[in-house]
Design a protein around this ligand. Structure first.
Ligand code: HEM
Length: 437
């Protein structure tokens, strides 16, 4: 068949074949190749006949994620996590994905998330209380462990509300703790994690039997109906969705809180701006959306942390048919990678891209920027369903803790990155806090 775009060229790139996703230092390699070959380069793959194309220009990002999204399915990155997530929203495609997205989406609308603010506020207060005690004793705090536990608890309570305590009673502890306690995501972990599906099934059956639907995400999934058939989700699908939400809702948010604290501790003057806003907000009860949306520096600091260290740092796609990026032709079957980490540091779209400057997210600066230069939650139909959920959870966490605590400045020695499924600090982050007021 003759190519759709006969006037186009093949993107430049190295001759040597290499499976980018298998490298220990994939991010470093992608950065070096980008500097050498530019915003679209091609890497022959060892294990597949098709090449991999890495793109780093917002126009082409928009093309893959939005204007020509029908030409793309999720790629190798998702194949690696399918054993963990099954056919949940993150890993499914086509009809199944569309049906599930339509059923789940209303559960993530802002008014549906607002009832969770009480839970997150209480959690943030408890955590700040523990950190204050550590500060008074002069002890350092393991921020990585705390962020992991608190974000897991946040998503579990939003999913199961009153039934979470029951799980703990019946199982002699929180059966989902392994998600936070174990950091590897190998096959052994996947088998243990998937076994938790039986608990989801049991609580779903119990709620249906008792006609008890507290306002949480599990109830939303149980009560959602397919628009065309009027049918509920089959149980197997329900389990895949709940397990997906646990993993997707926990790991990314935990990683973000690590980066946020790391950046704030190494920029004391900016921290003071955030802390002043937190003290002014003086939350004594859970905020509502209006209060959260009135905050300025807290969301800007979070967005800037997500720019410098986007937890979902690499989006992998597979082209179904031929496509074109500028002068370059992409054959059908090719893998296309978008590296959010590098896009967020592209010097054509960001001044001093390495600098932590939350003021970049002032509305007038945002309006001047290319809309696809910043995609921490992706974009288009497959964008993160939990964006508002995560932003609210993180804002509450920061508004509560920054009003009460100040991190001792970190020496700007840098942090080693671990760029696997998520972008995380390779070593746990320890901080010392001082109490404020
Ligand atoms: C800071 C926190 C978060 C970040 C940075 C983040 C980032 C992302 C990104 C980049 C994607 C798209 C991946 C791709 O296209 O390959 C995604 C998808 C998704 N996220 Fe998030 N996420 C966060 C929090 C959450 C939360 C809290 C939940 C749920 C409670 C969630 C649930 C999902 C789901 C289900 C998908 C798949 C959506 C679909 O394909 O239709 N995420 N997220």
């Amino acid at each position: 068949m003759s190519p759709l775009y006969p006037q186009t060229a093949l993107a430049p790139g190295p001759d040597a074949a290499c499976d980018l996703e298998r490298l220990d230092d994939k991010l470093g390699r992608m950065q070096a190749l980008w500097q050498q070959y530019g915003d679209c380069y091609r890497v022959p793959a060892v294990s597949r006949a098709a090449d991999t194309y890495v793109i780093n220009h917002p126009d082409w990002v928009r093309r893959v994620l939005v204007s020509n999204h029908r030409n793309y399915i999720k790629g190798v990155g998702i194949e690696r996590v399918r054993v963990l997530l099954g056919n949940g929203l993150m890993a499914s495609e086509g009809q199944r994905w569309r049906r599930q997205r339509r059923m789940l989406q209303p559960g993530f609308h802002k008014p549906r998330i607002a009832p969770f603010f009480d839970i997150w506020f209480r959690q943030a207060q408890e955590l700040a209380g523990r950190w204050r005690l550590a500060a008074q004793r002069g002890e350092a705090v393991n921020v990585t462990a705390a962020a992991s536990q608190t974000t897991l608890q946040a998503v579990l309570e939003a999913l199961f509300s009153e039934d979470l305590a029951r799980f703990e009673q019946d199982e002699g502890g929180n059966p989902f703790d392994l998600v936070s306690d174990e950091s590897s995501r190998d096959l052994r972990f996947a088998v243990k994690f998937r076994a938790l599906g039986r608990l989801v099934q049991a609580v779903a059956e119990q709620r249906r039997r008792e006609r008890r639907f507290p306002p949480d995400l599990l109830s939303h999934c149980l009560q959602a109906r397919d628009k065309s058939s009027g049918e509920p989700m089959p149980d197997k699908q329900l389990i895949d969705e709940i397990l997906t939400l646990i993993v997707a809702g926990h790991e990314t948010t935990a990683a973000s809180l690590n980066w946020l604290w790391y950046l704030l501790a190494s920029h004391p003057a900016l921290y003071e701006r955030v802390a002043a806003e937190a003290r002014q907000a003086a939350l004594s009860t859970a905020p509502d959306w209006k209060q959260l949306e009135a905050l300025v520096w807290i969301p800007r600091a979070i967005k800037e942390a997500l720019r410098l260290y986007p937890p979902g740092w690499l989006y992998t796609r597979r082209a179904l048919g031929e496509d074109r990026f500028g002068d370059y032709r992409i054959p059908g079957g090719a893998d296309v990678y978008i590296c959010a980490y590098l896009l967020h540091r592209h010097p054509q779209f960001w001044d001093e891209p390495e600098a932590f400057r939350p003021e970049r997210f002032a509305p007038e600066q945002e309006a001047r920027r290319h809309g696809f230069a910043y995609i921490p939650f992706s974009a288009g139909p497959r964008h993160c369903i939990g964006e508002s959920f995560a932003m609210a959870e993180m804002m509450i966490h920061l508004a509560v803790s920054a009003a009460r605590l100040r991190p001792q400045p970190l020496a700007a020695s840098g942090v080693e990155l671990e760029a696997e499924v998520n972008l995380r600090p390779r070593q746990p982050l320890y901080l010392r806090f001082e109490t404020v007021a």
